[in-house]
Design a protein around this ligand. Sequence first.
Ligand SMILES: Cc1cc2nc3c(=O)[nH]c(=O)nc-3n(C[C@H](O)[C@H](O)[C@H](O)COP(=O)(O)OP(=O)(O)OC[C@H]3O[C@@H](n4cnc5c(N)ncnc54)[C@H](O)[C@@H]3O)c2cc1C
Length: 448
Amino acid sequence: MELASVVPPASLVEPQGRYLADLMGRGVQGTADAVVLPSTAEEVAAVMRWCYENDVPLTARGGGTGLAGGAIPVGGGVVIGFERLNKVRQFDPLLWRMHVEAGVTTGDVQRLARENGLRFPPDPGAAEISQLGGNIACNAGGPHAFKYGVTGQWVTGLEAVVPPGEIVHIGGPLRKDVAGYDLKSLLVGSEGTLGLITAAWLRLIPAPELELPVIGLYRDAEAGVSAIERVLASGVVPAAIEYLDQVTLRFSGDAYPFGIPDGSGFMIITEADGAASEARRVAAELREALDEDALAVHAPEQPSQVAELWRWRAGAAFAILAQRGGAYSEDIAVPLDRLRDVARETIEIGERHDVVALSFGHAGDGNIHSTFLFSPDDGDEERRADDACHELFDLALRLGGTISGEHGVGWLKRGQLEHQLGPAGYELHTRIKQAFDPKNLLNPGKKR
Ligand SMILES: Cc1cc2nc3c(=O)[nH]c(=O)nc-3n(C[C@H](O)[C@H](O)[C@H](O)COP(=O)(O)OP(=O)(O)OC[C@H]3O[C@@H](n4cnc5c(N)ncnc54)[C@H](O)[C@@H]3O)c2cc1C
C-alpha cells in the first residue's frame, strides 16, 4: 500500500530543500522518500501506522531552527512537517491557559498571550520560526528561563502520536497531576525519538507590569563572574542573568544601543520584572550588586529601549556567525560555581585548536554558548572547530555539567550521551526508547 493512499494527496509535497536540512545544521543534508504535511492528529497517526507497517523511518520537523541537527532526516524515509497543524484549539485568558497545535509558532503564542494581558515565558531565540512542537521536543529555554524555567514547565498536557500509530492524551488543562509515571516529561525533550507531539495545553501567567533591565560592563571575566555571584547572593530573583564575553562584545558591540566603554571585556544583562513597585525595588538591588568594579551600569527604562536591548541580544548569534561565515555554537551547562572555568577554558580550547573562540549565554542557569568560528571554505579550520567542540564536551563533564542545556543531542552530538550517563544510565535510556519505539523508526540515530 502506498503512503498516498493513507493521507490526502494535498498533504504530500516534494522531498526537497528545507525539509532535508536545518537552518544551522552544519551543512548536514538528509534524504527523504516523502514529505508529509498533515493537518490533523488523525493524519499524523495514519502516517506513523504506515511507516510502522512498512519499516520506514519517520523524522519530525518543526521550524527547522534546532541547533543539533535533530530534524535532519539522516536515515531517509518520511519527513513529517507540522506547519499545517497550526490551530489554537482553545484559549481561556481568564484561566491563564491555551490549547495549541504543534505547528503554531512560539511568536504567535507569545503575541496571543500578550494581547490578552498574559505571558508565555519561554523565549528561545528564533521565536518567529520555531514551533511549539519543536520547543517541547527540545525542551527549549532562553534568557528568561532563569526565573521562569524551560518550555516543559509551561506544558500541562500533551496530545501525541506514539508507535505504532496511537493518539495518546497525557495530562490536560490541569495544574496538578501525579498519577502514573511522568510520561509527559519523557516526551518533553525527546527530540522526536519517542513520539510525535500534535498539540499541547500551555500554562500562562499574568504579564509583568514592568520590565527593567540592568546591565553591567566589566574589564574582564573575573570581575564579571564575581558580579554574577553578588547578584545571586543578593537574594533577589532577576528574570534573566545573561553574559557576553570580550570576543562576543568585539563582534556584536557596535550595535549595542547604550554604548560600550573602552576596555570592556565582559557584559552582564539582568532584568527585574513584576508589579511596578516590585520591579523597581529589584532593579535597585541589581544595580547595587552590579555596581562594584563596573566600568558602566546601564538601566534603560523605556519599553522601546528594553525591546531594543533584547533585539540586540538575540542578534548577537548572527553577528558572531557573520565574522567568518561558520560557527559551531554549543550549549553546555555547568554548576554555577564553574562559570568562570568555562569562560576561561573556552578561550584556551580555541587557542589549542587554533580557532577563534568566544562564549556568551544564560549565565544564571550556567548554560553557556561556547562558540568556535571557522570559514566554510576552509575544511581544516572547520575540522579544528569540531575538535574544539569535542574538547568542550569533555570539559562540561569534567566540571560536573551536561553536554546540552537546551539544544538537545540531535545528530550533531551523537555518541556523547553515553559519556554523560555512564553504562547503566545509558542502558536505561536505551530501554525507554525501545519501550516507546521498538522498531527504532522514530528519528533514528538521534539523541544517542
Ligand atoms: C538564532 C537562534 C537562536 C536560538 N536560541 C535558542 C534559545 O535561546 N534557547 C533554546 O533552547 N534554543 C534556541 N535555539 C534553538 C531552537 O530555536 C530551539 O531548539 C527550538 O525549540 C526548535 O524548534 P523548531 O520548531 O525549529 O524544531 P526543529 O528544529 O524543526 O526540530 C527540533 C527537534 O524536535 C523534533 N520535533 C519537531 N517538531 C516535533 C513534533 N511536533 N513532535 C515531535 N518532535 C518534534 C525534531 O525531530 C528535532 O529533533 C535557537 C536557534 C536559533 C536559530
